[in-house]
Ligand binder design. Structure first.
Ligand code: 13P
Length: 247
């Protein structure tokens, strides 16, 4: 049985002071859940959040890393920096990074390899635009994104990873994919993993759905056989996340 993993993606929200207050609200609401819960937070908040969730079982992640170890890369965060600050996870290849910061599949592949080398667990994002869905190329597109992002990743490494399927048209729009649409793509992702690796790896890897997940729709989505939890934006910034994380 795969353990469900529910991650909040705070995006560019929460100062350290606000982050501490949000943790004080959320930690008691999440206590005792059988799910794995991760707060993926801005790099500058990691230390504060690690301290604020201590003893609760909640894990902390970053929202991005650069693929070099260190050096003259002004403004970037390394895997070692996140790890030393206490993070265990990192979101990679989010559609906002692809769109606004021009990250390519090849960049994302380098970041995935670096995270794995250092011992950070990637939450690797993929997802189609509305135009691609309407053209009927959703599954082809996602297979391509993942095939590139997973180049050079071993079965052993893939087993521990998390893949987040986030249709771009469902992000921040309040327009959630239907449960059937979300399950169809998550199932196709699991089949791709079986094709690239083997059945054991496909059964072990966790696949999340993301895009307008909220306190009302989370339980139904997470009950699908191939949806092992969610990557949650807006609803992770308020008390509703207590309901989502324990669904
Ligand atoms: P929303 O939950 O706000 O739609 O954001 C989803 C997302 O992008 C999580 O990474």
């Amino acid at each position: 049985m795969r353990k469900k993993i529910i991650a909040g993606n705070w995006k560019m929200n929460m100062t350290p002071t606000e982050a501490k207050a949000l943790c004080e609200t959320l930690v008691p609401l999440i206590k005792g859940t059988k799910n794995e819960v991760v707060f993926c937070v801005p790099a500058v908040d990691v230390t504060t959040v690690v301290k604020a969730v201590k003893g609760s079982g909640i894990k902390v992640g970053g929202e991005n890393i650069y693929f070099e170890d260190k050096g003259a890369f002004t403004g970037e965060t390394s895997a070692d920096m996140l790890l030393d600050a206490g993070a265990k996870y990192v979101i990679l290849g989010h559609s906002e990074r692809r769109e606004y910061f021009k990250e390519t599949d090849a960049d994302i592949n380098k970041k995935v390899l670096k995270a794995l080398e250092k011992g950070l667990t990637p939450i690797l994002c993929c997802g189609e635009s509305l135009e691609q869905r309407e053209q009927g190329i959703t599954i082809d597109w996602i297979r391509m994104q993942l095939k590139i992002a997973l180049q050079g990743v071993s079965a052993e490494q893939a087993k521990g990873m998390v893949i987040a399927y986030e249709p771009i048209w469902a992000i921040g729009t309040g327009k959630t994919a239907t449960t059937a649409q979300a399950e169809e793509v998550c199932k196709a992702i699991r089949l791709l993993i079986q094709e690239l690796y083997d059945r054991k790896t496909a059964n072990a890897i966790r696949i999340q759905y993301g895009g307008s997940v909220n306190a009302k729709n989370a339980a139904e989505l997470f009950a699908e056989p191939d949806i092992d939890g969610g990557l949650v934006g807006g609803a992770s910034l308020k008390a509703d996340f207590g309901t989502v994380a324990t669904a």
